[in-house]
Design a protein. Structure first.
Length: 246
């Protein structure tokens, strides 16, 4: 019988935020297909999974995905597309051998995870394999928690913004939001902070770096993050109306 492909959310970093279900599925799968964004094969998701689940005896298939932007509705960059196809081929081969495959992914799989492109590629192949998505704790909720902020209350609107967007698009989205969560901010604070300053939103913003990890840092004054090298694990929350203080 063909195996099942599990996309498993492993949370934002603290292994205690990896759910019981994610741990059970990872434990039960003989093959882990591990995304890496680094040429040395290093993977954040694998490091997190290792903190909660033993990996001895597992077949670990490491796969490098290029860190390039994907624009939905436009053909992907050929290097990116080739990586998805290669991933789908490798996963399908293991499934066809009857092995269950787990794909550990950072945070929650539903939010900017490459795993969904791999699922789409499998489906485009006409593969009829069983796919199960196992949710995880997103960096969005985890960052709000450590900042002591609600993401939305009452009739407030929450907008999630990839900070790699052009300024005009960020402005548009900020105008719609009561609360905005900006992800992938680590290389763009030098342009994001002046933009927020201009909109009078700097003092309503907080930056959370390496949320839930031992060296987590909260930047209540985001001006101080300008010109600094930030970790990829950095999320900015803009809350226009302050909530009651905790
Ligand atoms: C490709 S997205 C993946 C999001 C992930 N699927 C989730 O649900 O959290 C990567 C972005 O998530 C955010 N992120 C992930 N882990 C984080 C952490 N521990 N602390 C702060 N931000 C984090 C950062 O904004 C990072 O650039």
């Amino acid at each position: 019988m063909q195996g099942t492909f599990y996309v498993v959310g492993v949370g934002p970093g603290d292994p205690e935020l990896l759910t019981l279900k994610s741990a059970r599925i990872l434990n039960g799968c003989p093959v882990w297909f591990v995304p890496s964004a680094f040429d040395d094969g290093g993977s954040m998701a694998l490091r997190i999974a290792h903190g909660a689940v033993r990996s001895e005896g597992k077949t670990i298939l490491s796969h490098r995905f290029p860190m390039k932007q994907v624009h939905r509705g436009r053909p992907p960059d050929p290097e990116v597309q080739a990586a998805w196809h290669q991933a789908a081929t490798t996963i399908l081969a293991a499934l066809d051998r009857g092995e269950d495959v787990a794909y550990p992914t950072l945070g929650d799989p539903a939010i900017y995870s490459t795993a969904f492109y791999v699922c789409e590629t499998l489906q485009a192949y006409g593969a009829s394999c069983r796919i199960e998505i196992v949710p995880g704790v997103s960096a969005i909720g985890a960052s709000a928690a450590v900042a002591g902020l609600p993401l939305c209350l009452g009739d407030e609107r929450l907008v999630v913004i990839p900070a790699t967007f052009a300024d005009a698009r960020i402005r548009e989205l900020l105008a719609l939001a009561d609360v905005a969560v900006c992800m992938k901010v680590y290389r763009v604070m030098d342009r994001l902070v002046p933009l927020l300053e201009e909109l009078g939103l700097v003092d309503q913003s907080v930056l959370v770096e390496r949320c839930s990890l031992a060296d987590q840092r909260i930047w209540p004054d985001i001006r101080q993050a300008v010109g600094r090298e930030l970790h990829y694990f950095s999320t900015l929350i803009v809350r226009k109306k302050p909530p009651a203080a905790l």
